[in-house]
Design a binder for this molecule. Sequence first.
Ligand code: MRU
Length: 356
Amino acid sequence: MRIDGKEYRTIWYENNVVKIINQTKLPHKFTIKELKTVKDAVHAIKTMEVRGAPLIGGTAAYGIALAGQENHNHEFIKKSAKELTQSRPTAINLKWAVDRMMKKLSGINSDQILGIALKEAKQICDEDVKFCENIGINGLKIIEEIYNKKKSIVNILTHCNAGWLATINWGTATSPIYHAHKKGIPVHVWVDETRPRNQGANLTSYELNEEEIPNTIIADNTGGILMQRGEVDMCIVGTDRTLSNGDVCNKIGTYLKALAAYDNNIPFYVALPSSTIDWDTKDAKNIPIEERNSEELSHVEGIDENNEIKKVLIYPNKSKALNLAFDVTPAKYITGLITEKGISEASYSGLQKLFK
Ligand code: MRU
């Protein structure tokens, strides 16, 4: 997708380094960062220089390749794989990508590790681009149907950033929106700010602006009243892990939006590539929910009049804060799962039909 009119992917390998867009500086500064070692990759994932389930999967895959570049010894690669998998706990794509890389490298001669790892990491990323494009083609049909009935702007609410910045390209939740826009269907996006990291305001709105898609940032609590007023036609969100029973784990606050949508009879869709399906965990209670530093809540970051990024404290000094990063929306509140293979019911049989 475009930034300042120039096409980018979120991650690529060039001149022996992995390059990423440093998302902690967006929307105020667009900077490209080089990852030279597996430690750099772990750090980028942990500090959310890269984030979003598919992109952290892609970064972990390239992290394994960087490990192979540093030291093509199987023990070192294994140790690196463990560090990468543990860098963030909730998004299943991370483990999925590392497992796939390790399977590919198992039993390979040391001198072939780097070549094979780089090829597989690129393949994981290329596949994600194709999957996200297909999610867009499949999701477009839903937007088109609403437009054909309504004959006026389709208002879509999204939470967090499940845009191209969270994937390698296209995004998951945003891909149907980009496809609708390209087809000339008028769309407008309500962008949940998504406290505390503000991925909606800082990233989703930013990338929609770059693609010239009308959007309005709202506080996380505003979606409910907009739904009651008939100003939301549908919701589309992403996911960090979808269980085979259709329960969806996504950025904190997704569940409350799904409840409001359900109460107002508004379709609530979740867009995901198959790499986000966790076929093994049977009960949502067993999903590890990331708890992040409470400083993300008590402090906010912004740009001052000298164009410098500053962080300020907004809470009382002595207050405690709890920063859970994800929640789970039960399948019963989800209208459908938009995947690369088609749209499925949020249920075991729905997913089975498409994927097994
Ligand atoms: O904490 P983040 O920013 O990595 O969380 C991202 C999300 O929750 C996204 O909605 C999800 O990963 C889907 S990304 C296509």
